[in-house]
Design a binder for this molecule. Structure first.
Ligand SMILES: *[C@@H]1O[C@H](CO)[C@@H](O)[C@H](O)[C@H]1NC(C)=O
Length: 351
């Protein structure tokens, strides 16, 4: 009996140790880091170095350590409870939830209802005609993940991702386009770093003749006058217009997504969202839309049977799954997870 038992114990230990080691690189801490105050200080110092953070004073550093510990507590609690996704000590780990919400979102409160007069060109497709999975990244229609920084310009990033997508699909030319141009110039309904809406931005692009490249009109993370930030000339990328995906209709969103990347709005102000670092996210979140992002595909997690939508965020490549989040679909709620089915739209580009 005794040898058998020790083998079992050993195997268990190996399993646990391996799990912890592989977890560390994703979630940013190990069980041992939580074991003492000294280990926590060490972990904080390592985190500061990794994210190249520096504070103006020792008091500030102490305060940030408290915030860090509070966030770590939540992250560890959730990682113990939840299996479909996990949270990690990312670069937002020294921000309180309120600070995070104030800095990194930026969708204007949506109008109570959208005019539904516009046509939806993918209406007549049958569900059978849709591919089982689509990933526009693999088809060369998605540029590298960008970072809005501390400016409520998510709406511009969401818009640009969808325009980059349709432009690549129609012309075969994948080129990063300018969010700054939208921030500076698309002011009819939009408010730069204080929020905006993707439909207003599409409307601006369709009527202004197009957007210049990211390189020609680089991101400054602040509002300027229209044209001021333009460093060089480039050929503008135009669109014909835009259409809204019928609201609260997940099948409609999938139909559109099978054809092109789509701008979507979600509620991203939850604490879990702040620290999401991988897996198929299934909440908690409400449907008070406060963040604009871009849906760039859909698929299924075969092992766990989760269907998801692939979403490109604008918080840099260190957040989530290299800057992306997989959000569960098929939740049974018309509005979709975090309201993702409520306000989707896409640009059109007719030859
Ligand atoms: C792709 O489009 C951009 C923007 O219009 C343009 O500057 C660039 O020359 C194009 N590249 C090719 C290979 O056509």
């Amino acid at each position: 009996m005794a040898p058998k038992l020790s083998v079992a114990v050993l195997l268990l230990c190996v399993g646990v140790c391996v799990a912890r080691n592989s977890d560390f690189s994703i979630v940013g801490y190990s069980e041992e880091d939580l074991s003492s105050h000294d280990r926590l200080i060490e972990l904080f110092e390592k985190w500061l170095a990794k994210h190249q953070k520096a504070y103006a004073s020792f008091e500030e550093k102490l305060h940030r350590f408290e915030v860090f510990k509070d966030n770590l507590k939540l992250i560890d609690e959730i990682n113990r409870e939840v299996t479909s996704y996990w949270l990690g000590l990312n670069e937002f780990a020294d921000l309180t939830h309120d600070e995070f919400k104030a800095a990194y979102l930026g969708l204007s409160p949506p109008p109570a209802s959208r005019s539904s007069s516009r046509s939806f060109r993918y209406e007549d497709l049958s569900a059978h005609d849709l591919p089982k999975e689509v990933d526009w990244r693999k088809k060369g229609a998605v540029t590298d993940v960008k970072n809005q920084g501390q400016c409520g310009s998510c709406w511009a990033f969401s818009t640009v991702a969808a325009v980059e997508g349709i432009n690549a699909i129609v012309t075969g030319n994948l080129t990063a386009l300018s969010e700054q141009e939208l921030i500076d110039c698309s002011v009819d309904g939009n408010s730069g770093c204080n929020g905006g809406m993707m439909d207003y931005a599409f409307s601006y692009i369709a009527s202004s003749g197009g957007l210049h490249t990211e390189e020609a009109y680089p991101y400054l993370m602040e509002e300027g006058s229209c044209g001021d930030g333009k460093k060089s000339e480039s050929e503008a990328v135009s669109i014909s217009g835009y259409e809204d995906v019928p609201a609260k209709d997940e099948q409609a969103l999938i139909k559109a997504l099978a054809h092109q990347p789509v701008s979507v709005a979600i509620e991203a102000s939850g604490r879990h969202f702040q620290f999401y670092s991988g897996g198929v996210f299934d909440g908690p979140c409400g449907a008070h839309l406060d963040h604009g992002v871009a849906a760039v595909g859909y698929g299924s997690d075969k092992g766990k049977g989760h269907d998801y939508i692939i979403v490109k965020n604008s918080w840099g490549a260190k957040w989530g799954e290299k800057g992306y989040i997989r959000m569960k679909r098929g939740t049974g709620k018309g509005e979709g997870l975090c309201g993702i089915n409520k306000m989707a739209s896409y640009p059109t580009k007719d030859n």
